[in-house]
Design a protein around this ligand. Structure first.
Ligand code: 2E6
Ligand code: F3S
Length: 318
């Protein structure tokens, strides 16, 4: 008996998507640390927010912990791409631990700006998401009380600075470009003298991935984002699609997809957060091709060529 033909499904695949230069570098640091020191190598916090990446590195000899206290004496430790408060490397040095810092250079850049601003007597308004490790790390660069967290436009209204004339703002690297513009506009309306960062703090990868999904979402009936629920930049991609009225879902990998989500969908948009491996995008497309007659079209809004150097001492092993 002839089988029923598969239903057609057009895939619009956003580019850029997936790994950014900071994630590439962080993963490589863990791999090279294992090669150099031998297993186990401890990693403080998920090196990047992706279970597949973490499980793959665990299989190679990485041990993931949340706090430095959990790292035994005498073993090397890597700090995650999201950055750490200053107290963490200080404590590691005090214990005589060898440590490698996989903080993304673009997060470190914000850390240095924060230090510089506070040293020059400014109070920092930091736009970010409470509890996120990058926010904890950035707050940990400056003395307590010298930085205030603002998450929303409503927070701007509630904010009562001691001295409105010494304000500067900085942001988390993985925020929504559009939401942040609204928060910044509210800050500038309330405090016209507030100083903006020298360059944009939202990183190139975050803004490029948001622009890429924005460009295709309107032509899609639904959007799937590969990424983890604790990945800030991935969550923002879901929001970008939803803002255009397009149903969007975040899935860690193909096995999490509820097929009912694709009922009536003729054109499906696909993207991946900066910490999601391309292998998981391929896996999703292959799984879709088993059920549908898929056609793939990649829509590239910009090309990325940026790469970051490895820390000294590891580049020789690369
Ligand atoms: C470090 C800084 C920014 O949750 P978030 O999006 O920050 O993190 P990941 O691990 O999902 O993405 C990479 C990253 C690392 N982004
Ligand atoms: Fe860095 Fe941005 Fe990636 S801050 S880790 S380049 S998402």
């Amino acid at each position: 008996m002839a089988s029923t033909p598969k239903r057609a499904l057009e895939l619009l695949i956003a580019a850029p998507r997936g790994f950014c230069a900071g994630v590439d570098r962080a993963i490589r640091i863990v791999e090279l640390a294992i090669e150099k020191y031998g297993a186990p190598v401890y990693v403080r916090h998920e090196i990047v927010h992706n279970k597949f990446v973490v499980d793959t590195l665990r299989a190679k000899g990485a041990i993931f912990v949340e706090e430095l206290d959990e790292v035994p004496d005498g073993v090397p430790v890597v700090f995650s791409a999201h950055g750490v408060p200053k107290a963490v490397p200080a404590k590691a040095a005090e214990r005589g631990l060898s440590y490698l810092d996989a903080t993304c250079p673009l997060v470190s850049k914000v850390h240095r700006q924060a230090e510089r601003l506070v040293a020059s007597g400014r109070h920092i308004v930091f736009i970010g998401h409470a509890g996120h490790p990058e926010v904890i790390g950035t707050f940990g660069q400056v003395p307590e009380g010298s930085m205030t967290l603002i998450e929303t436009v409503a927070d701007v209204a509630k904010f009562e600075p001691r001295d409105p004339n010494i304000l500067s703002f900085l942001t988390q690297t993985t925020l929504s470009v559009d939401d942040t513009a609204e928060v910044v506009a509210a800050l500038q309306a309330k405090y016209p003298a507030i100083q903006a960062p020298r360059g944009e703090d939202i990183c190139y990868a975050t803004s490029n991935r948001q622009a890429a999904i924005k460009a295709i979402a309107g032509a899609c009936d639904a959007v799937l984002v590969i990424g983890a629920p604790n990945s800030s930049n991935s969550l923002r991609l879901v929001e970008v699609a939803e803002r255009q009225g397009i149903p969007a879902q975040l899935i860690q990998r193909a096995s999490e997809l509820h097929w009912g989500f694709l009922d009536g969908v003729k054109t499906l948009g696909i993207t991946a957060g900066a910490s999601a491996p391309e292998q998981l995008v391929r896996e999703l497309i292959d799984r879709l091709a088993e059920r549908f007659d898929v056609t793939e079209r990649e829509v590239e809004t910009t090309q990325e060529t940026i790469a970051f150097k490895l820390p000294r001492g590891l580049e020789a092993a690369a």
